[in-house]
Design a protein around this ligand. Structure first.
Ligand code: AMP
Ligand code: FES
Ligand code: ZN
Ligand code: ZN
Length: 303
């Protein structure tokens, strides 16, 4: 196997691009794809202060590394969600990367700062853990960006994640979500801008990026996510992709180019808010925001 660019020995194939790469040209491909996504979707300005949400996994550590390499001013944010050993190990990965690279990492600890962990919160609110977790993460990202004056929140969602979410939303025709499934959500109603610079890269590529860059990441998936629908959608798409490389890319980017606009009105209607949460001041449609309601239920009304 030879590198498509330099004809040297290749270490990685990317079937979607029908190409093979040596380490140097593979790393360049990753940086180029991120730069292209940023430019095409106008994700970041050179002067932005970015807050990268880092979970300790491959995607978020890779996106942080790439953004810093491209010259962006990017600090990290790690959320301790109180998911036992998994949270301890993932926090350690995020801290170690930040220390090795001399980067600034902010931390929020859900149990210490808000009095509950994800397993308890989910149980009390009768939600599946990933739903309580997703809403808590979004809330804590927004709050940290607001409090510390960042222009934009960056997450490590990659092409596999976005294609799987799109697939699920299409299967159930969740049209209000389809209108919001974009690589950039502009700042509005007191929410910071949110961007996903890895939308042009897949999971396998991000793992290879970390290995080639010597970045240590937590390999295990969250133990609470086992058996969730999202993982099933990913597996189904992987089968299709194996038989027909490039399908995920066409599905997701075809949606952005030809269909996502059609769902904007429904997403906008949902956003016609907005009050301020009586407890934390976050933008919300109800008196207390969803996060504060979750915190109240988790503490049995004591919060
Ligand atoms: P997930 O929801 O686990 O698929 O993660 C999606 C993205 O959310 C990751 O790529 C990170 O950018 C961010 N994220 C997930 N978990 C955490 C965490 N504990 N702390 C900070 N960011 C996180
Ligand atoms: Fe959220 Fe596991 S990371 S439930
Ligand atoms: Zn090469
Ligand atoms: Zn609130």
């Amino acid at each position: 196997m030879k590198c498509t660019v330099c004809r040297g020995p290749a270490v990685m194939d990317v079937r979607r691009h029908n190409a093979n790469f040596c380490a140097e040209h593979f790393l360049k491909l990753c940086r180029d794809q991120v730069a292209k996504a940023i430019k095409e979707h106008r994700m970041l300005e050179p002067t932005d202060r970015a807050l990268v949400a880092v979970s300790g996994g491959k995607d978020s550590l890779a996106v942080w590394d790439i953004l810093v390499g491209l010259g962006y001013d990017a600090d990290g944010l790690y959320l301790g969600l109180g998911i036992g050993d998994y949270s301890d190990a993932s926090g350690e990965m995020a801290r170690r990367f930040a220390a090795d690279q001399g980067l600034k990492l902010l931390e929020v600890d859900l149990p210490a700062d808000h009095g509950f962990d994800i397993p308890t919160g989910a149980k009390a609110a009768k939600r599946v853990p990933c739903s309580a977790c997703g809403l808590s993460k979004r809330h804590l990202f927004d709050e940290a960006a607001r409090t510390h004056g960042y222009d934009v929140v960056v997450t490590g969602h990659n092409l596999d994640d976005e294609a799987a979410v799109l697939f699920g939303n299409v299967l159930h025709w969740q049209t209000e979500y389809l209108g919001r499934q974009l690589p950039v959500l502009p700042e509005r109603h007191g929410f910071p801008r949110k961007v996903k610079p890895l939308v042009r890269l897949g999971e396998r590529e991000m793992a290879a990026y970390c290995v080639l860059r010597g970045i240590d990441y937590i390999v295990e998936e969250c133990p609470m996510a086992a058996g969730n629908k999202h993982l099933g959608y990913k597996e189904a798409l992987n089968l299709i992709e194996a038989a027909s490389p490039g399908t995920k890319h066409d599905f997701y980017f075809g949606f952005l180019a030809r269909a996502s606009d059609r769902f904007t009105p429904e997403a906008e209607a949902e956003q016609d808010l907005l009050l301020r949460c009586a407890r934390c001041g976050a933008p919300t449609t109800t008196e207390l925001c969803a996060f504060c309601r979750l915190a109240e239920r988790a503490s049995g009304g004591r919060a």
